[in-house]
Design a protein around this ligand. Structure first.
Ligand code: NAP
Length: 263
């Protein structure tokens, strides 16, 4: 796909134990990069990493990280640099998406989603940037969403706020390291068939698949390919930008637009 020397790259993937994050970790491992993936449970993260290393023949390690803990985020960046000698790519991917209608939403629900999705992303970028400055190279890719930045969904207004917030952060954050050639971009997945999404039930999945012009839900690997591009050398002149990966879901003006008009 690219001439990027992936074998020289050290990559951190937050939320790499399943779903989109696991596919991102696999993308880099297959190309020879050294990957450190995280999940809240260190033993589970190590187990996923060992499985990926076995499946890809790549270099994959796992470690524990709860993004609500600022100190732990700093420790992950330090661990990547310690293990691999440098840190070149951060995929700030971990996120939660609990459904909560506005009238039932508590202050704790709001705090929790913002702490993981928004504050957690900012903490991860802040923690990894110094290592990238030392490496003289850096690619940061946030996993945002179509929900919030582009669309709205009843029951996920706090989630949408956290995901739109990531993009406000991204624009400012892309400017500070730009003189060093470090880029900060985001992918905006639509509905991607992950363990997290499957938790929303068959009914939800059926409805979503029916609203996607390309006729299917996304696969985690669809998002990983986009992340891989933004992390490549070839994407070196792209920063502060978003790449939507949604099978065209945000394009139709109405559901009628999904079927060819009668002539
Ligand atoms: P998922 O299958 O539920 O996986 C979420 C990942 O985040 C897991 O690896 C989980 O690790 C980690 N995580 C959860 N809470 C965490 C915390 N407090 N601290 C650190 N890590 C935590 O989710 P997914 O569907 O792959 O989604 C991944 C990202 O894509 C999220 O940011 C989500 O908002 C975004 N996204 C997903 C979709 C979709 O359709 N699936 C669409 C748009 C955007 P452990 O459980 O092992 O701790």
């Amino acid at each position: 796909m690219t001439s990027t020397p992936w074998q020289d790259r050290s990559v951190v993937v937050t939320g790499g134990t399943r779903g989109i994050g696991r596919a991102i970790a696999e993308f880099f491992a297959r190309r020879g990069a050294a990957v450190l993936l995280t999940g809240r449970d260190a033993a589970a993260a190590r187990e996923v990493a060992a499985g990926l290393a076995g499946a890809t023949g790549g270099r994959v390690a796992g470690t524990g990280l709860d993004l609500r803990d600022a100190g732990a985020v700093e420790e992950v960046a330090a661990e990547a640099e310690r293990r691999h000698g440098h840190l070149d790519v951060l995929c700030a991917n971990a996120g939660i998406f609990p459904e909560k209608p506005l009238r039932e939403m508590t202050a704790a629900d709001i705090d929790d989603i913002l702490a993981v999705n928004l504050r957690g992303s900012i903490l991860a970028v802040r923690a990894c940037l110094p290592a990238m400055e030392r490496a003289g190279h850096g690619r940061i890719v946030l996993t945002s969403s179509i929900t919030g930045p582009t669309t709205g969904y009843s029951g996920w207004s706090h989630y949408g706020a956290s995901k739109a917030g990531q993009l406000g952060f991204l624009r400012g954050a892309s400017l500070e390291p730009a003189p060093l050639g470090i880029t900060v971009n985001a992918v905006l997945p639509g509905n991607v068939r992950t363990e997290g999404l499957e938790g929303l039930g068959e009914d939800y999945l059926r409805k979503m698949a029916a609203s996607i012009p390309l006729g299917r839900l996304g696969e985690p690997a669809d998002v990983a390919q986009a992340v891989g591009f933004l992390a490549s050398d070839e994407a070196g002149f792209i920063t502060g930008q978003t790449l939507t990966v949604d099978g065209g879901q945000t394009i139709p003006e109405s559901l009628d637009a999904l079927t060819p008009a009668a002539v």
